[in-house]
Design a protein around this ligand. Structure first.
Ligand SMILES: O=C(O)c1ccccc1NCC(=O)[C@H](O)[C@H](O)COP(=O)(O)O
Length: 211
């Protein structure tokens, strides 16, 4: 079963739709320069309204390890996604402060990015095109992946099924991540969320015995 991560949630009005769809993860952007930035107090309030079986991911860009560890330890989020230039030394420093799960994001440009992701000491990597940009990378590069990963970057209801078909020829992701593709005019859109989740469920149903 391939999971789902709905990223950049800021609006309490979308929570009933998310609870009805039951994604694996919901992402909160704690990077102030992001147009999807949400303060930690507001994220905590949204988390309290989410079904407790949904895992909340805090997205950070080159934040101080202490800031990330505190958000995890105080329960603002369950998992930290590192979306800047954090390296293995940073991850070692963070894991001295917290044992909570970490996802390291990579903006895939070429095969070299995939090789760097393969060598990450983070328990999970997210392969993206550019943070929240709505653009895809060349999915054929996934032929070089040799570890569990989350697929991101320009996914949307119209292309997520095809992305999963292409990725699964090489190495299926554990989950797909989406942000821009479930928005209309910068706001999360219940119809697009439902359509995205439906497409992933369709793939899972049709490939039930192959992953
Ligand atoms: O979403 C942002 O604004 C963002 C800004 C800076 C770094 C990361 C950001 N998003 C992280 C995510 O996990 C997005 O879901 C991922 O990049 C995919 O975004 P999209 O291509 O828009 O689906």
């Amino acid at each position: 079963m391939i999971g789902t991560k709905l990223c950049g949630v800021t609006n309490p009005a979308i929570i009933p739709c998310i609870n009805a769809c039951m994604p694996t993860y919901v992402g909160f952007m704690f990077y102030q320069q992001s147009k999807r930035f949400i303060p930690m107090d507001a994220a905590r309030a949204l988390k309290a309204q989410l079904n407790p079986h949904i895992t909340c991911v805090g997205v950070f860009v080159n934040a101080e390890p202490n800031t990330v560890a505190q958000a995890l330890e105080r329960g603002v989020c369950d998992v930290a996604q590192l979306h800047g230039t954090e390296d293995n030394a940073y991850i070692r420093a963070l894991t001295r402060l917290t044992h909570k799960p970490i996802i390291q994001a990579f903006c895939v440009k070429d095969k070299n990015t995939i090789l760097r992701a393969n060598n990450s000491i983070a328990p999970m990597v997210l392969l993206d095109a550019g943070g929240g940009s709505g653009t895809c990378f060349d999915w054929r590069l996934l032929c070089s992946v040799n570890r569990p990963y989350i697929l991101a970057g320009g996914l949307a209801p119209h292309n997520v099924y095809q992305a999963l078909c292409t990725a699964s020829r090489y190495h299926a992701p554990v989950a797909v991540d989406v942000s821009s593709g479930i928005e209309t005019n910068g706001v999360k859109d219940a119809n697009k969320i439902t359509a995205f989740m439906h497409e992933v469920a369709r793939f899972n149903h049709e490939h039930a015995n192959t992953h």
